[in-house]
Design a protein around this ligand. Structure first.
Ligand SMILES: [Zn+2]
Length: 188
């Protein structure tokens, strides 16, 4: 079914259903497991607003945006470009990670925080872990494809990589609305 495939890509068509309480709890557990202090709502909101602006540049693509921050500055940003590039790996997070790696001349993105408007899919969650990003902050939960607790959980202890700190649900409503409005428009 085409609809579920689209939703699966970035889950947007089903974001409003499900029990957000359970999903939030899952992420909180991850955060606690990583012994991660919550580093401040105002800062997170500031950067998430920037990620939302990035999402709005996605054009024909599903509006997901992302910024990577290091030492209080934007290192890179990205939005979905899969339709534009016809490259199935061109999700916002992968694009931002590629750019950041070029800028730092290293695949290691330690001491960075990635802000993304939607809970990462398995491909992006794995990339976030592989690159050693220290912290992940996301907006909307993705019950169809979210790989940080909603559908899957790749950030489990016992893997040979450090588990990033996770904070979910920052500007959740605005991030969801982006997607809901996009799919509503597309159905017209
Ligand atoms: Zn992804």
């Amino acid at each position: 079914m085409t609809e579920s495939k689209t939703g699966g890509e970035h889950g947007a068509t089903h974001l409003c259903s499900g029990s957000s309480g359970t999903r939030s709890a899952s992420v909180r557990r991850l955060t606690a497991a990583a012994d991660a202090p919550y580093t401040g709502v105002p800062t997170d909101i500031y950067w998430m607003e920037m990620a939302i602006k990035e999402a709005l540049r996605a054009g024909e693509d599903v509006p997901v945006g992302c910024v990577i921050v290091k030492d209080g500055k934007v290192l890179s940003s990205g939005h979905n470009e899969k339709e534009n590039s016809q490259d199935p790996t061109d999700h916002a997070e992968i694009i931002a990670i590629r750019k950041a790696s070029i800028i730092l001349k290293s695949w290691r993105l330690e001491n960075t925080t990635i802000y993304t408007t939607l809970e990462p899919c398995p491909m992006c969650a794995e990339a976030i872990m592989q690159t050693r990003i220290s912290r992940l902050v996301f907006g909307a939960y993705d019950i169809q494809s979210g790989a940080v607790g909603s559908k899957f959980n790749l950030f489990i202890p016992g893997r040979p990589y450090p588990v990033p700190q996770v904070t979910g649900g920052v500007l959740q409503e605005q991030c969801q609305d982006l997607l809901v409005n996009f799919f509503r428009q597309r159905r017209k």
